[in-house]
Design a protein around this ligand. Sequence first.
Ligand SMILES: [Zn+2]
Length: 268
Amino acid sequence: MSRFSRQSFLGERSDALLGRSKVAIVGLCGGGSHIAQQLAHIGVGNFVLFDPDHAEDSNINRMVGLTWAGAVSEASKVQVMHERILGVNPDANVEPFSTRWQDNLGPLKECTVIFGCIDSFQARVELEGFARRHMVPYIDVGMDVSGDPNRFVITGQVILSLPGYWCMRCMGYPSEKRLKEDAEAYGKAGGRPQVVWPNGILASMAVDKFMRLLTPWNDGPESLPDLYTEFDGIRQVLKPHAAIQALCAAQKVCGHFQEAGSLGDIHI
Ligand SMILES: [Zn+2]
């Protein structure tokens, strides 16, 4: 029986499509590790991995594929996920870059889809801009823990930024307030709280959007994935952002980032 016999509903040519597809994952810890693992299982054939960090003990709470031995030896995060992907599919082609994505732009331009799983809001805006300028669909994954010790709140979102459709900032994300906070926090030790299960929920939704883009399994009237899906970790709800849905339905076109090669963000 074929390795993929249980996913034949994805379409006759889907295995070939997935095998030919080349996916970039930028950031391989909380969200990115789940995405890399799922895409390896489903049969994506080519991976471009970016993360400049090394794994450590504090990553074990959220990075799937990271073992205690990997954390102790401080393996690079791309090495951990490279091995994980090949462990699932030895035929996969993996290009691992233990650098910032800005230092190796070439492989990103050739990708079917770019997944952004990075902490910094400003870096996500820059990565989205790059993807849009090169007409590559971009899927952004983010989770957040706010509140206080009496009542913590987990939220998150998965945003699909497609050429011709609205970009993230047209959708109001990230807000100017978030960008300002991000700039002020730059360089401070520590990071935003992250845990494995909301990362897994959000990463699975990101893979869902990718599969809807790539394969014809749901080519009905709702075949275009929702552009903005939000997660309410208190109410255990994952749903399309109603206001964004309405806005996008009314005016689908976004004119930002249209000049190929342009380095400037011309948001107005
Ligand atoms: Zn826009």
